[in-house]
Design a protein around this ligand. Sequence first.
Ligand SMILES: NC(=O)c1ccc[n+]([C@@H]2O[C@H](COP(=O)([O-])OP(=O)(O)OC[C@H]3O[C@@H](n4cnc5c(N)ncnc54)[C@H](OP(=O)(O)O)[C@@H]3O)[C@@H](O)[C@H]2O)c1
Length: 272
Amino acid sequence: MEKHYAVIGDPIEHSLSPRMHNAGYEALGIDAEYQRFHVKPSYLAEAVDGLCALGFSGWNVTLPHKEKVTSHLDTLTPQARRVGAVNTVKIHEGKRIGHNTDGDGFIRSVEGNLNGFKGKKAVLLGAGGASKGIALALSAQGMQVHILNRTPEKATVLVELIKHWGGTATSGKFAPGDWIEDVDLLVQTTSVGLRGEPFPFSVQGISEKALVVDIIFNPRETAFLQEAKKQGCRTLNGLGMLLYQGALAWEFWLGGQAPVEVMRQALYRAQS
Ligand SMILES: NC(=O)c1ccc[n+]([C@@H]2O[C@H](COP(=O)([O-])OP(=O)(O)OC[C@H]3O[C@@H](n4cnc5c(N)ncnc54)[C@H](OP(=O)(O)O)[C@@H]3O)[C@@H](O)[C@H]2O)c1
């Protein structure tokens, strides 16, 4: 193999990224291989040095390393600096460049379903790592962002970060409120629903114009998404975000356009 890529994380065995990237290399006849490696937090520095020593051209980074890995890199792109987290590393002329494609991957996954972003209202449920990347990316597109989190202090910190980068953001109670009537984009970013459990509150009465996204992709349709669909909203799960963060990482590494449809089909196959 001429080029080697990987994803590192803990746990990592359920990662669908190798299936998606390897299907793309095969379709375009690229002499490359994408692997996954289980890296415990205490071995992160050694793992990064090891990937460099073994001649890897780049790798993805997933939980719990996205923030810690930044201190083992030479430089960060503006997207990674803004979020303070890295999901993609590229080796370029011997330098380790950290990038973040999560937020822009989310944007790509929803843009075909929204008639523009500027001046519209986004409500984010959750203020963890995924919410941070999505909130900053939506704000950079000119959306007004309202953040609701079970632990309100974390929503406040995220609002301040968005304002620091010039965006408009507010936070509120983790409950239904006035926002429900005029939200354009509602994004469920908490881990509630991963095990089939119901969401802590109902979105009954939500504006029918809202696009509702749950970034969980397994199960394919959480109870939260099922309820939004019953209310007449258009809905999307998190598979599109996974696909497009991968496509953007591909393009960062290899240039050109990633074979998005091939990668999407590989994800569908891996899920079935
Ligand atoms: N589609 C994709 O490509 C993609 C990418 C990244 C992540 N994800 C998914 O996104 C989800 C969150 O990931 P993350 O990295 O942001 O995790 P994280 O940093 O650990 O944040 C977890 C979030 O969930 C909230 N939460 C957890 N349990 C809750 C409960 N019982 N009730 C209310 N809120 C609760 C937390 O609230 P507190 O602050 O109050 O604890 C926090 O806001 C996961 O399901 C992950 O699989 C999907």
